[in-house]
Each structure stands twice: as C-alpha cells, then as structure tokens.
Write a protein that binds this ligand. Structure first.
Ligand code: CS2
Length: 499
C-alpha cells in the first residue's frame, strides 16, 4: 500500500499528488458565512459549491465558519479541528467510479457548548453576512398540531432564562442580532438549507416567535435588517460508513477521520434575497430564481417522500439500503404509482420543468447501487419528515377529491413499522425524537389501527378524514394479513385496471 498521509493543511501539497485539493490561499479567507450544523449534507452541498467558487473565482470574503451547536456534535468539531477544517468529498458515480476532492471552504469552526459567547460574537461580527442552517426538519421547533413555535420545549425555557448561554439556534440568533443592533451594524441573511416547504418563511416565523418573547424590542429591526430566502437543496448524502474511511486509505492513501460520500447529482435553487450581499454561487451551478416554492414542493414531495416510501416499505421487508428497495420491481412500481397518481396532480407552477424526466431521474438516483444510502438514515426522524414530505400531498389530494390510497398504505406501514420489528421478526433500529409515543400508539393500533393517527403533532386533523381513515384501515389489515410485498403487488394491479 502507498504511504498513508494524514489529512491536514501541512500535508495538502503531498495529498494534491493524489486527489484534487484546494489551491487557493486558505489563510486569506474571511468567514462571510457562519454555518450551523456541519453534518454530511452541508459538507456535500453548500461547502462544496463554496469551495468551487473560492477555487474558480479567487474570492476571499466567502469562507465558512462551521458551528457545532449540540453536545452531540463534539465528534465532527474535533475532526475538523484536527484536520484544519479539511475533509474529502467522495462522489460515487453511477458507474462505480469514485471522484475525490479535498474541500477547503470551511476555514474556521466553533463548538458552541464549549464557548457560547464566542459563537454569539462570531455571528455578530462585521464580516458575517450570512448565517446558514442545516439543523434538520425537527430543529425549527415547529408544532404541527398548533402550527406555531413550541414554547413547551425545555431547551427554549433554558434559552429564555439564559440569553448569554443559549442552547438552541433561536437563543444564539437573538443574542447575535441584539449585539448587531446595539453596535449599529447591519443585519444578516438567515439562509435555511433544510428540507422544509418554505424553509426561509419557516425560519423567519420561528425566529420572530421566539424574539417576540425573548427580546420584543428587536422585532421591527429584524424585519427591516434580516432576510430569509427560501431555497431548494438537493444532494443525496448517506451517512459515512467505516468502509468509506478504509476505502479512502486503500485507494488514495488519505487518512481522513470523516470523509463525506455523496451522489454526483446536486441542485440548489435559491431566492435572490440576500440583504447584505452573497457569494456568486450561480457561477458554480446554483440557480437564483424569484419564486422557489414550486421547486421545493416538487423536491420534497417526490424525492424526499419517495425516500420515505422506499425506506418504510423496504425496512419492513428486511432491506438495508434504498437501492435494494427501489430495485424490487413491485416496490418501484408502487413508488411510480404514488408519484404519478397522488403527487403529480398536486404540483403546479412548474412550467418549463420536465416532470416525467425528473421522476425518471429520481428512480435512477435511488437505484445507484454504489451509494448504499442507509434505510436507517431515511427512516430516522420520520415523525418530523412525514408532515413535510407526505402529508401536504395527502391534504391537497383530499381537498381535490383525488386518490390517497398509496399514501394511506405508507402511513399504515409506518404504524406497523413503529411496533419495532420487520416482517422477519428482526428488530428495527428506530431513531426518532417521538419514538416512545409512536410505539405506544402503534401498540394501540394493533387493535384499533386509527389510534396511530391520533398523534396530532404529526397528523394534524387527518384522523377526521373518513376517506383517508378508511383507506388506511384497509391497508393496515391487508399488510398485517398478507405482508408488504403481496399487498404492494395488489395495489399496483388495481391501478393498472383503472387506467
Ligand atoms: C432524505 C434526505 O433525510 C431524508 O429522509 O430524504 O436526506 C435526502 O437524501 C436529501 O434531501 C437529498 O437532497
């Protein structure tokens, strides 16, 4: 095996003999962007685009300072610190080739629990123009049942009482904005990169709800000095597996404690609303548009929902990765039927987009056998995902008196999944903030299937829809009696008859 080289700034010249590396001077770069949530997705997406821009355009104002916000983020913080913010992005092409590139755009990193004031100061710094977020769907502290900010969250209580030592993003942003106002500085752009319909609107609504309690005197100033562009973000980024780390050592001799692996496809459609300027990301493939809402809807309800469909059904059958699930002919047809008969009728305002080609490309992306996207990753936090990815489609279809049978089937499968075992009796690894209540309701559902729909913070008023409930109960009994694969086949053939 060739010499193994530890990834860090000092070794970059050596590593550049093996894979493509940043050639720009990283010492010269200001951190115009503070990013909260430096997980795999950010490192495969925004940090990747930004690296390309620093490389191609010689800009120096738009480096990234990565903030690890949660106690749980200590590992990624330490890795970045040990590697001077560098990491390898490994793109798994459709033919199995690996395209590797060392990314250098994260030039600074902070661990919030260790020094909250440092993070607040960084966010309040005159150089900071954008605060971007990948804090996950659940991170916005939105309650689906009330449609409002969740003030019952103990961490929010903590932040209201300890404004100088916050724990949540809302406490940090409020403290930083307060300083900016006091110091006579401009505001910033708060740029959500999470999979939420109207993610900018959501970020704004949730932040202002918090500020209304924590520092009401800031509201008007924030409304005038902070912008909240919506954006659609896309790149499938599985969790890094141990084999990805050893593979990188074996194929390139690079010792990287946490490389990121992803698919070749990437997309970023952003509303051009950056109050204090922005990087020219359009030069490296991002699209700036006036209204991103239709694009977000298309992506969330086809790609992300598609993932959840393949994840829940696949997990019950006993699959471990998304490609196994989509490469099962009947599951693939089920997904196509769901997309064509239940999602497509709800999509509007996509003039110029070839939806058929988009759906076809999704099936191809899901089917990439080299990605090995973990079903466990997809099914994690389903209680935050279903309300964003699947239920808006259901509600729209109910309003238009369209079919909801495929969606109801998936919800029934999720209720059965929440019992914690697959169809072979093996335990399922369920990672969900609502795991306990999901399991309790799933147990009740064994006798009374509709009990599962009583979780209002997930399902809202769905349990009142006779059409949905009837279809869901039927699927629940069918799945219990015949198993996923047989039922899926039956569902597919019933559609064929109708057409
Ligand atoms: C996935 C997303 O978390 C999920 O359930 O659907 O992480 C998905 O891979 C990305 O949004 C792709 O852009």
């Amino acid at each position: 095996m060739e010499n193994i080289i530890k990834l860090n700034q000092n070794n970059l010249a050596l590593i550049a003999n093996k894979v493509s590396c940043p050639t720009y001077n990283r010492d010269n770069i200001k951190t115009g962007i503070v990013h909260v949530g430096i997980g795999g997705f950010h490192r495969a997406h925004e940090a990747f685009y930004t690296d390309q821009l620093l490389h191609d355009e010689n800009v120096t104002d738009w480096g990234i300072c990565g903030v690890a916000l949660l106690d749980f983020d200590t590992k990624i913080y330490n890795v970045l610190k040990n590697q001077d913010g560098l990491y390898t992005l490994v793109i798994k092409e459709l033919d199995g080739t690996l395209t590797k590139r060392v990314i250098g755009s994260i030039v600074d990193y902070l661990y919030a629990p260790e020094n909250p004031l440092k993070v607040i100061e960084k966010m309040a710094s005159v150089d900071t123009k954008i605060i971007s977020l990948t804090i996950t769907e659940g991170g916005y502290n939105y309650n689906e049942a009330t449609g409002e900010f969740d003030f019952t969250n103990p961490l929010i209580h903590h932040d209201l009482k300890n404004p100088k030592e916050p724990k949540t993003i809302f406490g940090y942003l409020t403290a930083a904005l307060k300083l900016r106002k006091e110091r006579g500085l401009l505001g910033f752009t708060l740029q959500s990169c999470d999979n939420i319909q109207g993610n900018g609107h959501m970020a704004k609504k949730m932040l202002l709800s918090y500020v209304a309690k924590a520092a009401p005197e800031l509201i008007t100033w924030i409304e005038q000095n902070v912008s909240f562009p919506n954006a659609m973000v896309d790149r499938i980024t599985p969790a890094t597996a141990a084999s990805d780390i050893t593979n990188l050592i074996e194929t390139s001799g690079i010792d990287d404690a946490w490389p990121v692996v992803c698919e070749p496809f990437k997309q970023w459609v952003i509303e051009d609303d950056f109050i204090t300027g922005r990087p020219a990301w359009e030069k490296v493939g991002a699209q700036f548009v006036e209204d991103v809402v239709p694009f977000e809807k298309m992506k969330l309800s086809l790609l992300n929902a598609g993932h959840s469909v393949l994840g829940i059904l696949g997990d019950l059958i006993g699959y471990a990765t998304i490609d196994e699930s989509v490469n099962n002919t009947e599951i693939r047809r089920f997904l196509k039927n769901y997309m064509n008969h239940e999602v497509t009728p709800t999509l509007v305002g996509l003039e110029g987009v070839d939806l058929d080609a988009y759906k076809e490309s999704l099936l191809q992306r899901f089917g990439n056998i080299y990605i090995k996207d973990q079903i466990d990753r997809i099914c994690s936090e389903s209680s935050a995902k279903f309300p964003i990815f699947i239920l808006p489609t259901v509600n729209k279809q109910l309003e238009n008196k369209g079919s909801v049978d495929f969606a109801a089937f998936v919800v029934a499968a999720w209720a059965i999944y929440s019992l914690g075992k697959n169809e072979n009796g093996q335990p399922l690894l369920i990672k969900d903030a609502m795991k306990t209540i999901l399991n309790e309701k799933a147990l009740e559902a064994v006798k009374t299937p509709e009990a599962f729909l009583e979780i209002a913070s997930v399902f809202g008023k769905l349990k009142d829809s006779k059409t949905f409930v009837a279809s869901y109960i039927k699927s629940y009994h069918d799945i219990t009696e015949f198993g996923i694969e047989k039922c899926v086949e039956k569902m597919n053939s019933s559609v064929l008859k109708v057409i």
